[in-house]
Structure formats: structure tokens, C-alpha cells
Ligand binder design. Structure first.
Ligand code: XMP
Length: 549
């Protein structure tokens, strides 16, 4: 299963997807990443405007951009100062190429620095957080910048933006006009009327309410893009590419029950029909109803060849007596590879299978090419269960390699995946095994599955499921005293966890309405045998993590 999409905090992402492997949409925007915590967010926002874009390393050259067919460039913010030793600059050829360039924050300072202006440390009132800027050109003669088209630009009109910078542009480069100033008089936006625009604030964050409008102005008015990046366009391209890659070969795809692998499989099926076989391994650690739904949806409704392997005994046998979370992860990851390999070999004995389709997402690609991506992940070994068994001799098909999670969901809807599946919360590869704290037994798994089903059911009934990032029950190793009817009980304690998050790297506990919590608790103690107490986890991440193990 692919890891949940991440769009914010905030590693120094230097994605360098090989140009040849990228899709070839008609139009694209290159985002050069100078290490901002918001770089990925810029990419998501541009995609939301219907324009395909990719995050490239700061060192990307004009030649690379030309190969990719970039219609415009966005320079991200970043922690550097242009005067730092080793500060990352932009290839000068890009700035003189005639390609439109939007410099955001540090990106604006780069434009100023490299085109003959002056950058200096910001003095005066600090500019971190919300700010109001006026968007009238300074010289009184120039028309307002195309960036602000459609927004009030009259005398006294203000734009609410989000600022966060140390340096500032002290002297404009030749040919530029100041087209926005903050209340303190600091330069907030500059434009040379020839496609080079710099802004000191962040249009990509939600605290700049008109940010999307500004990005659209850059994309459509300045770069001349049109909003052609849609699910249908993506599906058409992905299908064509799979056909081209696979020829008349055969493909297998491991289904995890999550949306990513399902969409990858649906695309492959649309491309090559029954030459795709899906493999689904029931580890015994899935949520209530999930194995049945995988088989029913793929085999019965969609008519996609599916091998369903009931490996419950095998997994639970190996997990018996194991209490250490990392050991559980290790066992499940290893066992999964073994089962998957055996099934793949069985299929291969009948027909040669050359390709393996996987639901790898763009954030995974960015993460794995990032310099310091691993630190966050070392807290837990997140085995990519359902992923490529190491050492298997397959050629990889990764149709979602350039997609964000929300785009995968849209594609899933367009491909006819049931809504419930499309919007399912992320689920860790090791499944319920890391939500049964302590030893994993079939009985304890059943208890947890039952309680977890109630949590999800009540959230759906309350219409809250989609706004929660992840919600689940945890079976704790604690017993406590209770009273039911006239009798004393000594039974299990279940914890309920629900978090809101945009990236799964940080999360806040969800402020669920008390009546929803009450219904969940009431139903769990009444309906799940062996549980007499329910607690709600009110810790955010950090310092806690989302999962308990
Ligand atoms: P934590 O608990 O680290 O979880 O805050 C962040 C996200 O990762 C998921 N997670 C996993 N996913 N294998 C996975 O595929 C794992 O071992 C694993 N552990 C945690 C977790 O569900 C959350 O979405």
C-alpha cells in the first residue's frame, strides 16, 4: 500500500524525476524547488488549477525545461539568502529565455538578485504571518500587473496575503515596476511586463485567500496555459502509456484494499483488459468487510481477473506471541512478499508475466529523491506492504507516479471505483496487527475489527467521515473494572483515535461532537463482547504518532 499523500512539512525536497519517464501532457509548468516548506503545496495548487506541473531541483537547466515542454516556471521560496555561500541560484539562461517566471518569496529575491536588482535584510516591522498589501503600480503610469487581474486594484484596495521572509528586495532590477507594497511600504510584488513577476508573499497557502486566483492569472494570462489537466486527460494518457509499455505482455497487480493500488489496477485493466491479473492477499489483519469488498468489486462488478489468497492462518501463525511493533511490521512485510511471490510464480507457470503494476504516488517519488526525507520515516519502519517484493524480476508500471492523492481519488471516481473505496481513510500495510497493542490473536483481531467497524459506521452516519483524515479503534492491552447490569466486569479497554491532517506527518486530534463520541462508546460497550470501557485519544502528532504502534 502506498503511503498517504504528503504535501507540507517540510523537508528539503529535491525531486528529480527523469524527464523521459514523465507523462507528456500538452502543457506543463516547472516548479524549481529551493527547499521551501511549501514547494509541494505550490505543485498541488497548480494542479488544482487544471495545469500539469512537476517539482524539479533548483539546479534544473533551461535544457531540461525545454525537454519537458515547460510553458512557464515557478521559483519556490526557500531558507537560503541570495548572499549565503552556496545559495542556490536559478540557471541564468532560464531568466533570459523568454519563459514566464513567477518568483515566490526567495524566488522573487533570486529574480531581483540575478537580473540586476538588490536584495537586503528586511528592516522595520517583521513580516511573518498575515499582511495586507496594496496592488497599485508605484509609477502611477503602468497598468496593474496581470497577476492581479480581476481583483480590486483601486486606490486603497487591499489584498490579504501570507508573508514569511527575512530578506527583501531593496532595489528593483532594471525594467521592473513595483506593483504591490505592504502596509510598511516594503516591496511585495514586482513585474517587468515581460512575464517576470516576483511576489514576496505565498499564494499557495490557504491564508492567502485569493492565492488560487493569482496562480490562475499567472498560468492562464501570463503563461497562456489552459486548464486541460483533468482526470479524463490523465486517464487517456496513462492508458496509452501502459499499452505502449506493455505491448502484448501480461501484468500483475497487488491489491491492498486501498485506493492507490485499485486505481493502478483499473488503469491497467482499461489498457490491456484480461492480460491483467490482480492478486489480493488476505493477511487476516484487514478491516471489517474489506476482503469481501475487494473480491466482490473486482471479480464480480468489474470483471477483472483476481486471485484471492486466504493467507490468514499463515500470517497469524507467524504473529503468534509477538508483541514488538517493529517485529510485527517485519514479519508481515516479509510474509507478504513470500505469499505474493508464490502466487506470481504460479501465474507465471501458466503464462509469462513480465510486468508488475504499482500504485506509487508522486509524494513517494518526491520523498525518495529528497536529501533528508528519511529522518521522519525512521520513527517507524513503514513497510510498503503490497509493494514490490524486492528482487522480483518484474518490469514496473507506475501509472500514478506523478499524481497527488486527491488526483488519484478523482481518477478513481472517473474509473467507476465505488465511492466508499475512493474515499477510504489510509490504512497501514500491517493493518490491524499494529492496532492490537501487544499480542495479536484471532480473537483480539475480531474484537478490534468489530469496534473499528462501529467507529467508522458512526462517523459516516454523522457525515464526518470525509473531513477526518484517519479514524480507527485501538485494542489496548488494559483491562479495567466495569459494571454491567448488576454484575462486575473486568474487560478490555478500546481507544478511539480520529485525526485531522493534510499530510499525515503532522496531525491534530479531531474535535468530534460529544454526541458522536457518546454513540460510539455506547455501541462499542453494548455490541462488542469483552469490551467495557472506551477512551478517546486527544494527543496530536507530534508528540504522539497517528498509530499507537
Ligand atoms: P504514524 O503512526 O507514523 O503514521 O503517525 C503516519 C501514517 O502512516 C501510516 N502508517 C503506515 N503505513 N505501513 C504503512 O503502509 C506502516 O507500517 C505504517 N505505520 C503507519 C499511518 O496509518 C498514517 O496514515
Amino acid at each position: 500500500m502506498s503511503h498517504p499523500a504528503t504535501d507540507a512539512p517540510m523537508t528539503d525536497t529535491h525531486a528529480s524525476p527523469p524527464p523521459a519517464a514523465a507523462p507528456h501532457p500538452r502543457e506543463m509548468i516547472a516548479i524549481l524547488d529551493y527547499g521551501s516548506q511549501y514547494s509541494r503545496l505550490i505543485a498541488r495548487r497548480v494542479r488544482e488549477c487544471g495545469v500539469y506541473c512537476e517539482l524539479l531541483p533548483a539546479t534544473a537547466t533551461l535544457e531540461t525545461l525545454r525537454q519537458l515542454g515547460a510553458k512557464g516556471v515557478i521559483l519556490s521560496g526557500g531558507p537560503d539568502s541570495v548572499y549565503d555561500e552556496g545559495a542556490r541560484l536559478v540557471d541564468q539562461a532560464i531568466l533570459t529565455s523568454g519563459l514566464p517566471v513567477l518568483g515566490i518569496c526567495y524566488g522573487m529575491q533570486l529574480l531581483a538578485h540575478q537580473l540586476g536588482g538588490r536584495v537586503e535584510p528586511h528592516t522595520g516591522r517583521r513580516e511573518y504571518g498575515p499582511a495586507e498589501i496594496s496592488v497599485l503600480p508605484d509609477d502611477g503610469a503602468t497598468a496593474p500587473s496581470a497577476l492581479f487581474a480581476g481583483l480590486p486594484t483601486s486606490e486603497g484596495a487591499c489584498l490579504n496575503v501570507w508573508m514569511s521572509h527575512g530578506d527583501t528586495v531593496g532595489a528593483l532590477p532594471p525594467g521592473f515596476v513595483a506593483v504591490g507594497r505592504s502596509a510598511s511600504g516594503a516591496l511585495a510584488a514586482m513585474d517587468d511586463g515581460k512575464g517576470h513577476i516576483g511576489i514576496q508573499f505565498h499564494p499557495e497557502v490557504s491564508h492567502t485567500p485569493q492565492g488560487k486566483h493569482l496562480l490562475e492569472n499567472f498560468l492562464f494570462r501570463v503563461c497562456g496555459c489552459s486548464p486541460t489537466w483533468t482526470s479524463d486527460a490523465f486517464i487517456e494518457e496513462a492508458v496509452a502509456r501502459i499499452r505502449e509499455q506493455v505491448g502484448d505482455g501480461r501484468v500483475i497487480c497487488g491489491l491492498s484494499g486501498g485506493v492507490d493500488s485499485a486505481v493502478a489496477a483499473l488503469l491497467a485493466h482499461r489498457a490491456i483488459g484480461d492480460r491483467l491479473t490482480c492478486i489480493f492477499v488476505d493477511t487476516g489483519c484487514m478491516r471489517a468487510g474489506e476482503p469481501e469488498q475487494v473480491v466482490e468489486t473486482f471479480r464480480t462488478h468489474l470483471g477483472i481477473p483476481l486471485v484471492a489468497v486466504d493467507a490468514r492462518e499463515r500470517f497469524l501463525g507467524r504473529l503468534a506471541g509477538v508483541t514488538d511493533p517493529e517485529e510485527k511490521r517485519h514479519i508481515i512485510g516479509e510474509e507478504f512478499v513470500r505469499v505474493f511471490e508464490a502466487e506470481a510464480e504460479r501465474l507465471r507457470e501458466r503464462e509469462p508475466v513480465e510486468f508488475l503494476a504499482q500504485g506509487t504516488l508522486y509524494p513517494d517519488v518526491i520523498e525518495s529523491t529528497s536529501h533528508d526525507a528519511s529522518a521522519a520515516q525512521k520513527i517507524k519502519t513503514h513497510h510498503n506492504v503490497g509493494g514490490l517484493p524486492e528482487g522480483m524480476r518484474f518490469k514496473l508500471i507506475e501509472p500514478l507516479r506523478y499524481l497527488f492523492k486527491d488526483e488519484v481519488r478523482q481518477a478513481g471516481e472517473a474509473l467507476g471505483l465505488p465511492e466508499e473505496w475512493v474515499w477510504r481513510h489510509p490504512f497501514p500495510g500491517p493493518g490491524l496487527a499494529i492496532r492490537v497493542i501487544g499480542e495479536v490473536t484471532p480473537e483480539r483481531l475480531d474484537t478490534l475489527r468489530h469496534a473499528d467497524g462501529i467507529v467508522l459506521d458512526e462517523l459516516r452516519r454523522a457525515g464526518l467521515y470525509r473531513e477526518i483524515g484517519q479514524a480507527f479503534a485501538v485494542l489496548t492491552p488494559l483491562q479495567s473494572v466495569g459494571v454491567m447490569g448488576d454484575g462486575r466486569t473486568y474487560a478490555n479497554m478500546v481507544a478511539v483515535r480520529a485525526v485531522t491532517t493534510s499530510d499525515f506527518m503532522t496531525a491534530d486530534w479531531a474535535r468530534l461532537p460529544h454526541d458522536v463520541l457518546a454513540r460510539i462508546a455506547n455501541r462499542i460497550v453494548n455490541e462488542v463482547p469483552g469490551v467495557n470501557r472506551v477512551v478517546y485519544d486527544i494527543t496530536s502528532k507530534p508528540p504522539a504518532t497517528i498509530e499507537w504502534e
